[in-house]
Design a protein. Structure first.
Length: 287
């Protein structure tokens, strides 16, 4: 008689166990792939889209965290400078002719925030300043915890943040300041924030051919980037400081290009001085 094989009755159970093991191994391999793991990690760390973007503008969080100081800049600062303003949706329709008559010659207009918000007054503000003769540009309010730098730069360029060599368009500006929705540095390390900005700047340059302006305060820069110095030789600095002098600059810059000197100016609160004469402002526009 043929000998009976030990364990024969249990063969189906072993087959099921083997199949389960193969399935688990496959799942482990898939989860270990960079794309799958990276996508899961990115999804987990992204914050919700901004809930009050109409209340966020260049300096809104600077004023909240660092305070404001009323008044005009000292007379000495006016000898080689150009007066400007920056506006966003919270101002609504702007009387550009009145600003021109008061001596304002350039403007920055908020275009976007994250990848979900566009300024509803952008056309009136961006085209209106241009039509009265001003040199103007657009800026993006960054939320580095909601999406990548590349995604936000692309959204900005696609919604008003582009550049053309028409002599009246300034390079786009990236607004990096205190998080209006939570953790001051958006829950990112200094390296993480710097890499996010590198991503944004590289994408903007690839799309427009220009190096963007960076808006940031010395205090925020020190706290959130660890005094990173790598952008100072490439990206013009737009620095807010509400007082009688521009004060200490963020690490990496030996001079500023634009100084936001008050958030309580007449007509439009945020006023700026370009650090140079009109021909230098024109050169910045021309690229």
């Amino acid at each position: 008689m043929p000998a009976s094989r030990s364990g024969s009755p249990h063969r189906p159970a072993r087959s099921l166990a083997t199949a389960a093991g193969i399935l688990l191994a496959t799942l482990s391999l898939l989860l270990g792939l960079p794309g799958a793991a990276g996508a899961a990690a990115a999804s987990a760390r992204h914050a919700p889209e901004p809930t009050h973007p109409g209340q966020d503008w260049a300096g809104s969080q600077i004023a909240a965290h660092e305070g404001t100081a009323p008044g005009a800049p000292p007379t000495a600062a006016l000898t080689a400078s150009v007066e400007g303003v920056d506006v966003s949706g919270h101002q609504g329709n702007v009387d550009w002719q009145s600003l021109w008559n008061s001596g304002v010659r350039f403007a920055y207009v908020k275009a976007t925030e994250s990848t979900s918000y566009t300024n509803p007054y952008f056309a009136q503000q961006y085209n209106g300043s241009y039509n009265v003769g001003m040199i103007r540009g657009a800026y993006h309010f960054a939320t580095p915890d909601t999406s990548s730098g590349a995604a936000q730069a692309t959204y900005f360029v696609n919604h008003g943040g582009g550049w053309s060599r028409d002599g009246k368009t300034l390079p786009g500006a990236l607004d990096m300041e205190y998080n209006p929705y939570g953790a001051t540095c958006y829950g990112l390390s200094a390296t993480g924030l710097v890499n996010w900005m590198k991503d944004w700047f590289a994408t903007y340059r690839a799309r427009t051919g220009r190096d963007a302006v960076l808006y940031t305060s010395t205090s925020w820069w020190s706290q959130c980037t660890g005094n990173y110095t790598g952008f100072g030789s490439v990206n013009p600095l737009w620095v807010p400081r509400y007082g009688s002098s521009v004060g200490e600059l963020p690490a990496g810059w030996g001079f500023h290009t634009i100084w936001q000197y008050t958030s309580t100016g007449p007509a439009v609160g945020d006023h700026n001085l370009f650090n140079g004469a009109q021909d230098r402002l024109q050169a910045l526009a021309n690229g």
